[in-house]
Design a binder for this molecule. Sequence first.
Ligand SMILES: O=c1ccn([C@@H]2O[C@H](COP(=O)(O)OP(=O)(O)O[C@H]3O[C@H](CO)[C@@H](O)[C@H](O)[C@H]3O)[C@@H](O)[C@H]2O)c(=O)[nH]1
Length: 326
Amino acid sequence: MTVLITGGAGYIGGHAVLAFLDRGETPVVLDDLSTGSRSAIPSEVPFIFGDVGDTSLLLQIIEAHKIDAILHFAAKIVVPESIADPLAYYLNNTAKTRALLEAAVKGKVRYFVFSSTAAVYGNPNRATVNEETVPAPLSPYGMSKLMSEFMIRDVSAAYGQKHVILRYFNVAGADPKGRHGQSTANATHLIKVAIETALGRRPFMNIFGNDYPTPDGTCVRDYVHVSDLAYAHLLALDQLRLDGVSRTLNCGYGRGYSVREVVEAVRRVAGTNFEVRQAPRRPGDPASIIASNDQLVRLGWKPELHDLSVIVQHALAWEKSCVIRV
Ligand SMILES: O=c1ccn([C@@H]2O[C@H](COP(=O)(O)OP(=O)(O)O[C@H]3O[C@H](CO)[C@@H](O)[C@H](O)[C@H]3O)[C@@H](O)[C@H]2O)c(=O)[nH]1
């Protein structure tokens, strides 16, 4: 049984690679290195440079490595970018997932684990969302992932493949042992941007919107540590292999922090008071989105890194180490 990880040179996929290695399994990685880095992949891991939309390449990989499960991380993930360039998102996240599914079906891959997102829920009018909450994406990014979810369910129903769809909330942090973290190029995510500002790599940062219907007027998100998330994939795949039941699972901690609270946490952990400017709302941002994670917890998920200070500490340590690497 070998696992193929698409996007394994990237941020979340790279942490999944480490999670497998840490329990003595060696996955195979496929990545086009468009955002990921070759150096992120440990040398013992077989690496194939290529495109997830290349069905014939995928078939060769499936056969050569006897792949029984695909974990599909490779995707574009920036909400505002998806609004500016939706076709890139429907190609990369939707059309290429279809091509990958075709290869998986032809290659008789039994299990498919998909990186979906809380962005499928849009702007839910409730404190927390569970997996039955009706999806209503606000952005092409969320829609591109939701369309893939529909394809995956249809493929399972028609061809007998089994799947897990993991809907990630806001992923942040870095490997506690310092082996991997978020890449430095063109960061847009809040914790990453705040840390770069704290380290003086940006002169200031913006808070997008202060008139949302939230306690302090800034957006609320459920920040989940990337290593806890990586572990959720192993758990979900183990369960899938055990009982063959396809599932859709929220992956968040069930508690939210506002943008201001995150900025304060970064100031506290970094010990510096960087400049923050108020900016207009960013298109596509829901006011508040927090997971109900009962289903994942029932499967046995025991997150250990849920403290926001720990998430920031690990992200900060990674960011500092990146300068040493350059
Ligand atoms: O410099 C910044 C960056 C972000 N924000 C705000 O911080 C919040 C979080 O933004 P960000 O970190 O960019 O994440 P989201 O746009 O919420 O989306 C993330 O969270 C989704 C799940 O909800 C994931 O699936 C996506 O991949 C990921 O981009 C939002 O209110 C942003 O407006 C700022 O105020 N200033």
